[in-house]
Design a binder for this molecule. Structure first.
Ligand code: GTP
Ligand code: MG
Length: 219
């Protein structure tokens, strides 16, 4: 497919063994954020099958703990998170959380428009979600004419070890799909908070680089 936006950035990252040298991101509490200038505002949308774990992921990121009994999302919710990148750039993130239920999908597609970052989440333990990954990727392509210039992330969720419920979508298959479609692929579990935070910061660092380049090119 050959999109220029992610040239030079690897699109498959193994979090347990790799960490970019320039990674320096810290969390800013909502109270602190009131007094800080915000250089960049980014918004992103989480798409994916119902029960893939989108709301739980966002909750684990924002509240630093895994909560099991989250209700299925109705429509599209949003929340805000502030982070600081490379010791100097304060970034405000607005995170849109779209219900994955079939009945909501069409209506939710309007929320894809105008987002800076797109994220597709799937449950590695449910092989039928492969079809949904393609569905949501097509929805992004239809709704966002600039999608080639924006970071699109694919996230395999529920990757913690569970012998009773083994994974059905292998890392190789997901990486292959990501690579063929110019997506950045990461594996996480909402239960492993530290790794999840680390992954999220790496993702935001990649996104920030791409979006800054895009901004510069538009000037
Ligand atoms: N084992 C495990 N369960 C998870 C993980 N993340 C989410 N879950 C569970 O998966 C179920 C669905 O999670 P949700 O966050 O509601 O899923 P969703 O993608 O927001 O679903 P919709 O809002 O219906 O689109 C819940 O029971 C979560 O506790 C994970 O990393 N590991
Ligand atoms: Mg939800």
């Amino acid at each position: 497919m050959g999109a220029p936006f992610n040239k030079g950035i690897k699109n498959v990252c193994n979090i347990s063994t790799e960490q970019p040298n320039n990674l320096s991101v810290e969390n800013i509490s909502n109270e602190q954020s009131n007094t800080l200038p915000v250089e960049n505002n980014y918004s992103f949308i989480m798409l994916g099958s119902t029960f893939a774990g989108k709301t739980t992921l966002i909750n684990s990121l924002i509240n630093n703990k895994f909560v099991d009994s989250i209700e299925s999302t109705i429509g599209c919710d949003y929340s805000t998170k502030y982070i600081k990148i490379n010791d100097k750039e304060n970034i405000k993130l607005v995170i849109w959380d779209a219900s994955g239920k079939e009945v909501s999908r069409k209506a939710n597609s309007v929320f894809i428009k105008n987002r800076n970052i797109h994220v597709i989440v799937f449950d590695v333990r449910r092989k039928e979600e492969m079809n949904d990954i393609s569905y949501f990727l097509n929805q992004i392509k239809q709704m966002d004419k600039d999608y080639k210039e924006k970071p699109i992330f694919l996230i395999g969720n529920k990757c913690e070890k569970n012998n009773n419920n083994p994974r059905q979508i292998s890392k190789e298959i997901a990486e292959d799909f990501a690579s063929k479609n110019n997506l950045f692929y990461f594996e996480v579990s909402s239960k492993r908070i530290r790794t999840l935070q680390k992954t999220f910061y790496i993702m935001m660092n990649i996104a920030n680089d791409i979006l800054k380049k895009k901004k510069k090119n538009q000037k």
